[in-house]
Design a protein around this ligand. Structure first.
Ligand code: DCP
Ligand code: CA
Ligand code: CA
Length: 366
């Protein structure tokens, strides 16, 4: 049975999150920026929506240059809010985790997944799974994403790249070879500028040429491991498995409230099960946490948070239950609207085991 591997990538992620929060931005160029603080405009563009990209703006471009390109276009310049994007990313990853056999996040806005078992190796069923994933991301977060499906990570990743923005590309096992052959080898996952120029020295530009190259020559040039990877990648048969995110960095739960409200007690009550879930996750994984955050998504879909950090890591359910209403109470005083959805997150995770061994270590020898 062929493997069925997917890659999902959220479209113009930071900028799209900002559009969701403020839909009027959709009609305008948006740049999300990291300000370095030296002068008013020093810093770089973190990402831009497609309206801004049409004028040649891209990630990593100095803000000054981007503004020049967008002169007269009424662009919206937004300060990057990493915390906010992390929260939304975490929520999507939680949703995805429930829909696939294994999920391996590889960045804030992308993940590999495996649906071999749940589709029985059937690529038509895989297409339908990918469509429902896209629907769930749209329904819960109002975001578009791009998905590629193939028989290996390399093929899946290429598929999502080509499907951008908003598309779905399914490359069945039969179609893999002809899909890969004409592409530039530099498009293969893991093939950077250095490898590309070495390949060019060997007269290799396309994947077709790479697939025909002498494997021992590749291994001699690039080392055994990477050489063998290149051979496999060129035929879309790289064997790297999808490894479920090994070390969690946070646990969170978000619910849609039964009605819009600003009442901290009402909100906290509806998160009661969520807190129990988080506590269960902590016990299961043997973790304690240092920071607890309450998350409020307001009726205008903006996300507001309030956190408390403890000096030492804790894990009691009663502590979670005690802290959440207080934080929501504080948060509700600062907002001008009601909560539509609400959540709790614990982060700064530590292994309870490490703490024990540390205290054992510190215990005087007998
Ligand atoms: N990012 C960044 N600086 C970069 C590149 C990216 O801060 N030089 C951030 C902002 C992006 C996010 O990482 O929103 C994801 O990066 P992607 O390369 O996936 O780019 P986008 O999601 O912005 O766009 P695309 O629609 O092309 O995926
Ligand atoms: Ca993206
Ligand atoms: Ca990405």
């Amino acid at each position: 049975m062929p493997r069925v591997i997917g890659h999902i990538d959220f479209d113009y992620f930071y900028a799209q999150v900002e559009e969701v929060e403020k839909p009027s931005l959709k009609a305008r160029p948006v740049i999300v920026c990291v300000f370095s603080g030296r002068t008013e405009d020093s810093g770089v563009v973190s990402t831009a929506n497609y309206k801004a990209r049409a004028f040649g703006v891209h990630s990593g471009m100095p803000i000054v240059q981007a503004k020049k390109k967008l002169e007269g276009q009424n662009p919206e310049v937004i300060r990057m809010d990493h915390e906010k994007y992390e929260i939304i990313s975490g929520r999507i990853m939680d949703d995805l985790g429930r829909m696939v056999d294994a999920l391996e996040p590889t960045g804030i806005d992308e993940a590999f997944f495996d649906v071999t078992d749940s589709t029985g190796g059937d690529f038509d069923r895989a297409r339908r799974s990918a469509e429902s994933i896209k629907e769930v991301v749209m329904k819960n977060e109002h975001l578009t994403c791009s998905i590629g499906i193939g028989r290996s990570k390399v093929v899946a990743k290429l598929g999502s790249d080509m499907a951008k923005p908003g598309g779905l590309m399914v490359v069945s096992p039969d179609a893999t070879e002809s899909f890969l052959a004409p592409l530039d080898a530099s498009r293969l996952y893991g093939v950077g500028p250095k490898t590309t120029s070495s390949l060019e020295e060997m007269g290799i530009r396309t994947v077709r040429e790479l697939a025909k190259a002498d494997p021992s020559e590749l291994e001699r040039r690039f080392g055994r491991k990477f050489g063998a990877y290149l051979v496999a990648a060129a035929s879309g048969s790289d064997a790297d498995p999808v490894v479920a995110g090994l070390e969690p960095t946070q646990f969170s739960r978000i619910v849609t409230l039964r009605r819009d409200t600003r009442d901290a007690k009402e909100v906290s009550e509806q998160l009661s099960e969520g807190m129990q879930y988080i506590h269960g996750k902590l016990s299961q994984s043997g973790k304690s946490f240092k920071t607890i955050t309450v998350i409020g998504i307001l009726t205008d879909l903006s996300t507001k948070t309030r956190s408390k950090t403890f000096e030492t890591a804790v894990s009691d359910l009663s502590l979670i239950r005690g802290t959440v209403p207080t934080l929501f109470d504080e948060l509700s005083r600062t907002i001008g609207r009601e909560f539509k959805r609400a959540g709790v997150r614990v982060s700064g995770l530590e292994n309870i085991e490490d703490q024990t061994s540390l205290s054992e270590f510190l215990r005087p020898a007998r």
